[in-house]
Design a protein around this ligand. Structure first.
Ligand code: 6R9
Length: 659
């Protein structure tokens, strides 16, 4: 197919391939929220974090910016009191901006809804009143299992209003995943919905939620949002309530925002780690909200009059921080889209950017690689000149995709911020500041002001320019996780044991990413160094997938690794040993795939299931994942000399070739 994709590519190669650094345009710098280089020096003093806290309204002033007395259990803005819902909603209404759009929502089939700050205020209050009526008290964890419907941020803010932490479970996750998270958090309340649209089909979500609830060990009150109307009638049953009826019953009611201590939990978010058990990352009200507001201001350059679009799902941390809390705290208009980027056509995103006159667009490299594959003719159909800034997050971005994004979406006018951060860090950590820094495609940039990130070798010594090592952060920041829910011990062992020196009270946070440093102090993040995969920007634990596979009758053992994938970044490769008496056939393969989808969700679906009589193991019996990765990637095999069973590697490789 000789279309404009190829022409565009040729032109891009010619003009941009050689260029390694890019400067933000004068026009951007002139209007940028932050453009003074002195900011880096200013933030060497932790007191500078007041600047972040100053973006919020506090009910009671804090005494101390940072309390380090119980490191690594740091506390920020101690004894300050505030409410996140007040900061994201009420104050904008009070400041004369009640008629500005807070949330603009678009369904996959094209329905639209606009919530002004006043609408949001009314809806959040009514649902907060309804939650209280159901029995939700301060500090009760409310789980949300919802797709991208406006009731999701409304429910999050309603919880924040009454001081009930939320725990949002990505709607694409399975019933089992929901049950595990509700049990771990002992959550007695669930907000979910009947269903949603995917590529035009109405999906039944309630069924999955019900199945999950059957695995919850305690009683649960459930609220069900009616997204699909007549398209899907669901039976509510005992302990289930219709969202619409609940809010109607509380129409016009007001709930005073509960003043929360800065260190009180705002939400929990479960994320994958190296073991099968997901980690309940705890974020707080004062530090987290200050941090996401500050980074939305400094990095995304959000202004109240902007229309800002982050295409993530609110079920992930990116959506929490940069669809809901950061943008709304700054009083901007945040756009929410329910569906897929290629429905009804591959220009859906660009058509929306044009129609809504989007100012900033923030997405993941996996999406950019898909756009690139689809070709330039789709963005070219639309006027994208409203865009002022572009961002990426979730995984490393290769320079070619960066340049494509910069040219074909940003028209070489918009700075691109490649933002490295994690569920645990709450907000962005390593990126250029768009109004200051030179951009280098493929490298996220220097640590943000006040973030002391360092690339170190195995012994914890900083590496030199041009060298690779491990990314570490050796000073606390306000958005950091405070602990793992009900598991302080695991918090310390997971994040603070590798490079800290307890004796000298030196605490170093280890995010478990590999990184490279250049001569200008720019950091290129290379990816996870633990057994966590990054599939389309989503974190998946290999252990979780393996335990789903060994749960399938007929499977004796499984090893899961990531292999390169053009669009997804990484794809799941599963090596499986069958039990005696079971045939390694397509039927079993199908069951394995189904087992993984049931246990985790379709995002974890294996790209390939490779049956093998043995797995490569070291003499001490550890599976050599590195070799399995080489096989998945079709790479030359690494050293096999330490294996107990070196022959097996060639044997497996031949099976993949013929697969
Ligand atoms: C926000 C988010 C975190 C992991 C992280 C790293 C990878 C995120 C990145 C990046 C290279 C970037 N990651 N941003 N790698 N460059 N700009 O994605 O949180 O889901 O917890 O994933 O994602 O490996 O450790 P989370």
């Amino acid at each position: 197919m000789a279309d404009d994709t190829e022409d565009g590519e040729v032109e891009l190669e010619a003009r941009l391939a050689e260029q390694d650094t890019f400067e933000p345009s004068d026009a951007f710098v002139e209007q940028a929220n932050v453009s003074d280089e002195g900011i880096y020096e200013e933030f060497e003093d932790p007191e500078a974090w007041e600047r972040a806290a100053d973006l919020l309204d506090w009910d009671e002033a804090y005494d101390q910016v940072l309390d380090e007395s119980d490191a690594p259990f740091y506390e920020w803005f101690t004894d300050g009191k505030l409410n996140a819902s007040y900061n994201c909603v009420d104050r904008h209404v009070e400041n004369g901006r009640k008629n500005q759009a807070a949330i603009r929502w678009e369904g996959e089939l094209g329905e639209t809804k606009t919530y002004t700050y006043l609408d949001l205020y009314n809806d959040v209050n009514e649902f907060a009143a309804a939650l209280r009526d159901l029995g939700v008290g301060e500090d009760d964890v409310v789980t949300m299992y919802m797709p991208m419907v406006p009731e999701l941020p409304i429910a999050m803010l309603a919880c924040a209003r009454i001081g009930a932490p939320h725990s949002v479970v990505f709607a694409g996750f399975s019933a089992d995943a929901l049950a595990t998270r509700m049990n771990a958090a002992e959550s007695e309340y669930l907000v979910t919905c009947d269903g949603y649209y995917r590529r035009g089909d109405a999906l039944n979500h309630k069924e999955k939620a019900d199945e999950g609830l059957r695995g919850v060990e305690h009683d649960v009150e459930t609220v069900v949002v009616d997204r699909l109307g007549d398209e899907l009638k669901v039976f509510l049953g005992e302990h289930a309530h219709d969202y619409g009826e609940l809010v109607d019953a509380h129409a016009g009611e007001r709930v005073d925002p509960v003043p929360r201590d800065a260190e009180d939990m705002l939400f929990l978010m479960y994320t994958s780690g190296t073991t099968g058990e997901p980690k309940g990352v705890k974020h707080t009200t004062g530090g987290y909200l200050s941090y996401v507001s500050w980074t939305s201001h400094a990095v995304l350059d959000i202004k109240p009059e902007d229309t800002y679009w982050c295409s993530a799902d609110i079920g992930w941390i990116t959506g929490h921080s940069y669809i809901v809390y950061g943008p709304l705290a700054l009083g901007t208009t945040t756009l929410m889209y329910e569906g897929t980027p290629d429905y009804p056509d591959r220009d859906r995103i660009w058509e929306m950017v044009d129609r809504y006159q989007v100012d900033q667009f923030y997405t993941a490299p996996t999406a950019i690689r898909a756009f690139m594959k689809w070709g330039t003719k789709f963005p070219e159909r639309h006027d994208l000149s409203s865009l002022r800034l572009l961002g990426t997050v979730g995984e490393p971005i290769n320079p070619r995709a960066w340049k494509w994004y910069y040219k074909h979406i940003g028209d070489e006018e918009c700075p691109v911020v490649d933002t490295w951060w994690q569920t645990e860090t709450g907000g962005m950590m390593v990126t250029t500041l768009p109004g200051i820094g030179e951009m280098k495609p493929g490298s996220a940039g220097p640590p943000l002001p006040g973030i002391s990130a360092e690339v170190v070798d195995v012994s914890g010594e900083p590496v030199g320019a041009g060298e690779a090592g491990y990314l570490t952060v050796n000073r606390p920041w306000p958005g950091m996780l405070r602990t793992l829910y009900n598991n302080d011990e695991r918090f310390v062992s997971e994040y603070w044991s590798e490079y800290s020196d307890e004796e000298s009270n030196r605490w170093v946070y280890f995010p478990e990413d590999g990184a490279k440093l250049d001569e200008d102090g720019y950091i290129t993040v290379l990816g996870r160094v633990d057994d966590v995969l990054n599939v389309s920007g989503h974190r998946l634990g290999t252990m979780e997938i393996e335990s789903a596979i060994v749960g399938v009758p007929g499977v004796a053992e499984a090893a899961v690794v990531g292999g390169h994938h053009d669009v997804k970044g990484e794809a799941v490769y599963a090596y499986v040993i069958t039990e005696d008496g079971y045939d390694p056939n397509d039927e079993l393969r199908g069951k394995i795939i189904e087992g993984v989808e049931d246990a985790i969700g379709p995002i974890a679906r294996p790209e390939a299931v490779i049956f093998t009589p043995e797995l490569p193991k070291t003499r001490s019996g550890k599976i050599m994942r590195r070799l399995l990765e080489d096989i998945a990637n079709g790479d030359e095999l690494g050293d096999t000399s330490t294996l107990r069973n070196p022959d097996v590697v060639e044997d497996i490789a031949s099976r993949v070739g013929g697969d």
